[in-house]
Design a protein around this ligand. Sequence first.
Ligand SMILES: *[C@@H]1O[C@H](CO)[C@@H](O)[C@H](O)[C@H]1NC(C)=O
Ligand SMILES: *[C@@H]1O[C@H](CO)[C@@H](O)[C@H](O)[C@H]1NC(C)=O
Ligand SMILES: *[C@@H]1O[C@H](CO)[C@@H](O)[C@H](O)[C@H]1NC(C)=O
Ligand SMILES: *[C@@H]1O[C@H](CO)[C@@H](O)[C@H](O)[C@H]1NC(C)=O
Ligand SMILES: [Zn+2]
Length: 958
Amino acid sequence: MLWETVTFAVVLLQILMTTSTLPSLEKTVSSDITASEIDYRLPTNVKPIHYKIILNPLIEEPDPSTFTGEEIITVKVIEETESITLHYNNITIHDVIITRASTETNLTVNHNYDTVTHFWVISLDTSAGEDAERTFKANEEYLILIQYSGHHQDDMYGFYRSSYKDTEGKTVWLATTQFEPGHARRAFPCFDEPAFKATFEISIQKKRNLHAISNMPIKNDENEHYYNFETTPVMPTYLIAFIVSEFKSLNKTENFHVWAREGAIEQAQYSVDVGPSLLNAIEDFLLDLKYPMPKMDEVAVPDFSAGAMENWGLTTYRERIILYDKDHATAATKQQIATVAAHEFAHQWFGDLVSPEWWNYLWLNEGFATYFESFATDMVETAWRLKEQFVVRDLQPALAADALLTSHPITQYVDSPNSIRSIFDTISYEKAGSVIRMMEHFLTTEVFKKGLRRYLESRKYSNANEEHLYDAMNKEFQATKPELYADVSNIMHTWTRQAGYPLVTVTSEGNQLTITQKRFLLMPSSTPEEDSALWTIPLTYTTQDGDFHNTSTKQWMKSSSLKIGRPTEENKWFIFNVQQTGFYRVNYDENNWSLLIRYLRSDNYEKISAVNRAQLLDDALNLARAGVLKYSTALELTTYLIKEEDYIPWYSALNDFTFLNLRLTGTDAYPLFKVKQLSCRLLYFIIFIIFSTALIISKKELIFSTYEIGCLKCVHSHHDLKFCHRNNAERKSTIAYSHNDSTYLSPNLQSVTYCTALRHGGKEEWNFLWNKYVSSNYATEQSLILTALGCTTDQALIDGYLTKSIEDRVNIRRQDAASVFSAVYSNPDGFQLAFNFLQANYDSVASSYGTGVSSIITGIAGRIATQEQLDEFRKFVENKELGAAAEAARRAVESAEQNLEWSKIHGSEIESWLKGEPTSTVPSTTPGEASSLSLSPAVCVTLFTSILYQILNTFKMK
Ligand SMILES: *[C@@H]1O[C@H](CO)[C@@H](O)[C@H](O)[C@H]1NC(C)=O
Ligand SMILES: *[C@@H]1O[C@H](CO)[C@@H](O)[C@H](O)[C@H]1NC(C)=O
Ligand SMILES: *[C@@H]1O[C@H](CO)[C@@H](O)[C@H](O)[C@H]1NC(C)=O
Ligand SMILES: *[C@@H]1O[C@H](CO)[C@@H](O)[C@H](O)[C@H]1NC(C)=O
Ligand SMILES: [Zn+2]
C-alpha cells in the first residue's frame, strides 16, 4: 500500500524537525510500536481453506449505507480444539451453522465476540446432550455458514462507500474496499492475518446499472442475478477487493483496463499506455517471472484513504495519482503516476504472490515496492534519471528519518492495530528500499536478480520472512561467485534488526586512512548501547583520478575501526560511498573536505557524479546540523552551487536549506541567509527545478515560460526584477493567465502563479480560485489549487478556509481535509494563522480530524521559530484539554524547545559565516564574489518566501 502524504513540504518538515515523532504525516498516526499486553494474534489450530462469499451491496436508495452477505468458510482443523476463532468488525451476525464436512452433520454452536481484538469465538454447545460432539477434530474439514449484514462507512476502510457528481450534477454512489492491514473483517468474517491464505470465490448481486469488478475476471457462466467471479489463487484477506460502481474503462489490451468515473475516464490514457510496459519491465527484471494473475484492473476511486493499494489483480488509487491530463497536471505528477503504478505492480509479486508471515516483515512488501518505483519505471521512462532520483527522494529522506533516537529497526515486532499502522513509515518503505539497493550492489545486479527470482519461486503462494530472502541470495551468490561468498544473513541483520545507521569517519595520516564507525544521531544523546552498535558495511570509495562507475565493495568493515592504505596522493581528494549505494553517512578530516570544496568550485566539478555531489551536500549539511562538522565547512561546500546546473544535487540542497530556512526565521542571520541563497542565478535553478522534475522540460522551454510571468522576469535579467505586489496591474495580469483560457499557463507554473497572486491579493483572487477548485474535473488540478488556497495571508480568509475543511464535506473530501491545514501552516506566515484558528476552534477541529489532530499540532509546532511563539504555544498546550493529542503536543513542545536550542548553538556560527567573517580553515569565497551574486535583500526576501515553499509543494510525492 502507498500512503498518501499531504504535501512534500510537510513530509520534509516532519523529517527535518528534530522531533521524536515518526517522520511523516499520514504514514503514521501513533508512534506506539511497543508490543501490547493484549494478545491480538489468532490461534493457529484452525486454518481457512476456501471462502465463498455472496454480497448484496448498497441496499437502500438514494442514500445507501448497508450491505448483506452470505458466506461459507471451509476450514481445516490442525489440532483438536473446542473453539474456532476468527475476526469480524462492524458486522451483525444473523445466523451461523457449522457442518462437519465428512459426515455432513450440523453442529450446535455458541459464539462470543470481543470488541477490542475483534475475535469471534465459535464453540460447540456442550449442553446439547450426551452424544453431542465436544471438540472440532484434527484433520477434519468444517463448513462455517454465516448470514450477516454490514455497514458501508464513510471512513474509507472496509467495504466503504464513496460518491461523486455525474455530469448532470447528480450524486452517484459506489461501494469499494480498502482492507490492508486489517479491514477485510468489516466486509466478511474471516481469518484476517496475512499468513492465513485461502482461495476466494466472490459473487456480487446485480442491480440497476451498477457494474462489479474484483480480483479475478467474471466467470463465463454469468447469470442474470449475480456477477460471479472466478476463484482466486491462494491469497491473504487483506488483498481482496471488489468495487461496485458505474465506472467506465479504457483499455489497449484485453487484460489491462483502467477504470474511472465517466466524466474523468479520458484522463486515464497515460495510465493505460504506461501500465502494461511497467508490468513487463518488472517481469524482465525478475528474469521473466510472469505476472501471476489473468488480468489487471486499475481503478481511480474518488474517496481513498491511502495513496494507492496493491490488491491482487485490482489495484486502486486516488484520482490524482492515476488520472493525468497534460494541461492540468505538473510534470512531477506525471512522474508520480508512473512510479506509483510501478510500486503497486511490484507488490503483485512482493506481497501478493509471496506475502509476509506477519506485519513485522512489512518491509518485504514495501521495501521492494519502493525500490521498483524507481528501478522499474526507469526501464520504461528512460529519460527521467530515476535511478539517481532514488537517492535524493528515497535514500536521503530515509537517512534523515533514521537519525532520530526514536527510530526503529526495519524488522519490528508489532501486534495491535495501532502499532501495525505505525510501521507504514519511512523505515519500512524508503529505508528498506535503500538497504535492498545496497544489497544489490554488494551482491552485484546479476546475483541480485537471480536471488529475487529464487526467493519468489520458493515462496510463491505462501509466506516469507527475511531469512527466506537471504537464503535465496546466498544460494545464488555461491553458485555465481563462490570466490566472493558473503554471509548475506549476518550482514543484513546489522541493517534490519537495529535502528539507525553508521557515520563512517575517514581520517588520513601519511599514507594511511583510519576509518571508524558510530551510530549517527541528529541530536547526539548517547547511551552506551548506541555507542557500541556496529554495522557490517560494504565500503566503496573512489579518488580524484578514479571514476564513479564501480560500486562493488572495496572493503568490508565489521569492527569499530579499520586502517587501509591511502588510495591517492595527499593533495588529491577521495570520496567514500560511490553513488551513495551504502546506507551510511561519511565524514572526512579538514584536509579532504578542503580538497573537495576546492575541486567542486573548479570547472571540473562535474567529474564528481551528480549523485555524489548530492551526497556531499546532504552529508555535510546534516553532519553540521548534528554538530559533527563545522557549519562554516558545510556552507562553504554549498557555495559551489552557483555553478550547479543539475537537478539531483539541487534537490538535496533545497531539502537541507528548508531546515535552515525554518530554524533561522526570525534570527539576525535570516536576512543574510536568504540573500546569500538568492543570487538570481540560484533563483534560476530553483525555478528550473520546478519545471524539470523529471527533466521533461528543457531549459529553453523554461526560459520561454518564465517570460510569460512578468513577476518572475528576474530569472532572465537582473535588471528587470519586479514584484506583483508592488504593481497592482501586474498582479491582475498574473491571475489573468488563469482567467483567460486563450492564454496558456503551463501547469508547472500554476502553483507559483496562484500562490503569488493570493499572497498579494485579497478576497477576489481567493474566491476566483475557490470557484475554479470547486468546478474542476481534474483531481491533480484540484489538489494543486487546494494547496495554493492556503497561501493567502488574510486571517479571515484563512479562518473561512479552515472552517470549510471541517464543515464543507461536499467540496472538501475527507481524504483532502488534512492537506488544507498543511497548506496553511506550510505557508511562511502560516504558523500564526493556523495557530490562531486552532486555538479558537480546537474542539471542532479535534472532533472533525480525530487522531489527525496530532499531526496538525506537530506540524504547526514545527514552525515555531521564536521564544514568543514557543511561550504562546506552551500556554495553549497547558491550558487546553487536548485529550488523545496531549502526548503529541507534549513532544511537539519538546522538539520546538530543541529547535530553539539548536538555533542558539548554531545561529551565530551561521551568521558570522554569512557575514563573511573568517570562521574556517577552509578557503572562503571572497566578499566581492559573494556580493556580485546577490540581489538587494528586500527583493530577495519576498521572492524567496513566495517561491521556495511553492517548489516544495510542487513535488507532491507518492
Ligand atoms: C457500524 O458502524 C457505524 C458507524 O459507526 C454504526 O452506525 C453502525 O451501527 C455499526 N454497525 C454495526 C453492525 O456495528
Ligand atoms: C444442515 O443445515 C443446512 C443449512 O441450514 C440444511 O440445509 C441441512 O439440511 C442441514 N442438514 C442436516 C443433516 O440437518
Ligand atoms: C478491451 O477489452 C475488451 C474486453 O476485455 C476486449 O474485448 C477488447 O478487445 C479490448 N480492446 C483492445 C484494443 O484490446
Ligand atoms: C571494481 O572494483 C572491484 C573491487 O575493487 C574490482 O575487483 C573490480 O575488478 C572492479 N571492476 C571493474 C569493472 O573495474
Ligand atoms: Zn506499497
